[in-house]
Design a protein around this ligand. Structure first.
Ligand SMILES: Nc1nc2c(ncn2[C@@H]2O[C@H](COP(=O)(O)OP(=O)(O)OP(=O)(O)O)[C@@H](O)[C@H]2O)c(=O)[nH]1
Length: 324
């Protein structure tokens, strides 16, 4: 077979481009032995084409997910179709460092990979090609945007002072729990508490000390909760917690423990040691409640009774309330 000069030139250019293109190119034979390894792969792996040619891909790079990758490659050999691996599915196939100046914060190069069937002159698929694209910039931008959106969502749901859910988000949780109870019927209890004589603290020590007391009781509350409990700052010095799968009697144990913890704790502010107590209302969803507003009004009336009965105590809502 002879080639004219222009065909030779074209071939020469193509080889030059394959070597210098900013995309990784690898050709594998049927045994996954490496037959081509371009300049991009050499630059990022530090392994020259001459030293890697003929080596088995999975022996050379033991970290590769062999079972998963072979399954993909086999389907390319057999079905003669392309296959794609996106960075969202697996951040990278080849573990290369990221040297990009803008996205330098990424530890490694994010990659999209295409697997292409390569046919021989007789039309058989004897080799496949891996095309490796560096998509670090796109991936980092996308991840940063996602993280920013998550932060914004968290901020829009959180009360800045207490770091508990804000009232709007907490009310959504309460509605959700009420609906869940209507469907599945598992016991669900609302606990609402209010700091006793809080006005006195503001008046005696100032508003900043008052804010610190709010942070103090919120901090102890967060420590006392389970993952599934939804706690919010309902108003100025009023807080509420939804305890799912919990009866009023069990919620009382939680509330008593919390009340005692608060009463036993002290908060330092400048030279003062500030002690506070809390009054707590407890209400399990009862069959006669038609909506979440009735549930909320009932826990509020139990809290009111706790205040009336002398504060620093828990009251379970019942049509006739019990004071503890
Ligand atoms: N420091 C501070 N004070 C607040 C905040 N929100 C509400 N308050 C104050 O909390 C006080 C609540 O007072 P009251 O409703 O009379 O209740 P209390 O003094 O706790 O009395 P009882 O609830 O009956 O025990 C008011 O003085 C409000 O100004 C806040 O975010 N920070």
């Amino acid at each position: 077979m002879t080639y004219d000069k222009s065909t030779m030139n074209e071939l020469h250019w193509l080889i030059d481009m394959v070597q210098t293109i900013e995309v990784g190119l690898v050709v594998l034979d049927r045994n996954y032995d490496i037959q081509l390894w371009n300049g991009f792969m050499e630059n990022h792996s530090g392994i020259s084409p001459n030293s890697i040619k003929g080596a088995n891909l999975f022996e050379q790079f033991e970290y590769l997910p062999a079972t998963w990758l072979k399954q993909k490659m086999e389907s390319v050999f057999l079905l003669k179709n392309r296959a794609f691996i996106s960075w969202e599915q697996r951040p990278y196939v080849f573990k290369f460092n990221n040297y990009r100046p803008i996205t330098g914060r990424a530890d490694f190069m994010y990659q999209n990979v295409t697997l292409l069937p390569l046919s021989s002159l007789t039309g058989q698929i004897t080799h496949i090609s891996m095309i490796i694209y560096d998509v670090t910039d796109v991936a980092i931008n996308r991840l940063q945007l996602k993280a920013a959106n998550e932060r914004l969502e968290h901020l829009s749901q959180t009360d800045g002072l207490s770091q508990l859910h804000n009232r709007r988000h907490w009310q959504q949780c309460m509605q959700h729990e009420f609906d869940r109870h209507s469907r599945y019927g598992s016991p669900t209890t609302l606990v609402m508490f209010d700091i006793d004589h809080f006005k006195r603290i503001n008046d005696t020590y100032g508003h900043i000390a008052g804010d610190k007391v709010i942070q103090h009781v919120s901090h102890i509350l967060r420590q006392s909760l389970r993952e599934t409990d939804c706690a919010g700052r309902y108003g100025g010095e009023e807080f509420s917690v939804i305890l799912s799968n919990t009866s009023a009697e069990d919620a009382l144990k939680f509330a008593e423990r919390y009340r005692e913890k608060i009463a036993a704790s002290q908060m330092r502010y400048e030279n003062a040691k500030i002690s506070v107590t809390v009054s707590i209302g407890i209400c399990e969803i009862l069959p006669e409640f038609d909506n979440s507003a009735q549930w909320l009004a009932s826990v509020d009336s139990a809290l009111y009774l706790a205040k009336q009965a002398g504060r620093n105590r828990c009251v379970i809502y019942r049509p006739r309330a019990e004071i503890h």
